[in-house]
Design a protein around this ligand. Structure first.
Ligand code: DC
Length: 230
């Protein structure tokens, strides 16, 4: 049977990465963190001292950048032109720059081809903002994860502190609110649930519960015979 494409979208801090990784592991699928692609470009733009308004240079830079996602032991490593930036792209400054970069239509277009190529054979769990609406509109399973701003900021704050990044809860919340606003109101591929996505509010759910719920939805699709994706 053809392997499915599972698309998990939602705002920052809704738990997409943790859930997508676990679901991919459980199904033996590959994991595609699409946000890492935008972050990788933001990291390189920062190295070059580019600002969000340097659109022309950012587009040029995107054309000549090689981003690779390598899977090893269930972990994803992110390489930019051969350099491992897995940890470097997780700092808040990179996330804040990734958001305006991701609003540049030409940048999205270049990454769109890349993402579709990655998913061509199926057997992937993709997570991001537009994986169910734009990148894989024929994905067999579409999930939209949400949670309240406070809860999402609390989770992201904890994660950053665990990584040794010292930042206040208030700052995380402010950054997140600004990013959500930009990601949801941009012209191209704004953050929104696909009409056929299943919405899951994770406010009062543990990670295990969310993973179980997503797997249940996937199993139901398997059982009912997933339509071929194109
Ligand atoms: O999920 P993340 O925080 O790693 O994503 C970083 C930024 O990339 C986010 O602010 C919006 C953008 N993004 C996007 O526009 N489309 C995606 N499919 C994934 C991320």
């Amino acid at each position: 049977m053809r392997q499915m494409v599972i698309a998990i979208d939602g705002p920052a801090g809704a738990g997409k990465s943790s859930v997508a990784k676990r679901v991919a592991q459980a199904l033996g699928y590959r994991y595609l963190d699409t946000g890492a692609l935008y972050r990788a470009l933001a990291w390189k733009a920062m190295q070059r001292g580019l600002r969000p308004q340097d659109t022309r240079y950012i587009i040029e830079m995107t054309r000549e950048t090689r981003v690779e996602l390598q899977q090893s032991n269930g972990e994803q490593r992110v390489l930019v032109d051969g350099e491992d930036v897995t940890e470097a792209i997780r700092v808040p400054e990179v996330g804040n720059l990734a958001s305006p970069i991701s609003a540049i239509p030409e940048v999205r277009e270049i990454l769109l081809d890349w993402q579709r190529e990655f998913g061509r054979q199926g057997g992937i769990v993709a997570e991001g903002r537009d994986t169910g609406t734009v990148v894989f509109p024929h994905a067999e399973v579409k999930i939209f994860l949400t949670a309240s701003l406070d809860e999402r900021a609390r989770r992201r704050h904890k994660e950053l502190l665990e990584r040794g990044i010292n930042i206040s809860f208030e700052q995380v919340k402010l950054d997140m609110e600004a990013r959500d606003q930009r990601d949801s109101t941009r012209h191209v591929a704004p953050l929104r649930p696909a009409p056929d996505a299943v919405l899951i509010n994770t406010d009062h759910m543990s990670l295990d519960e969310v993973v179980e719920e997503v797997l249940r939805i996937c199993r139901a699709r398997f059982t009912n015979g997933a339509p071929p994706s194109t």
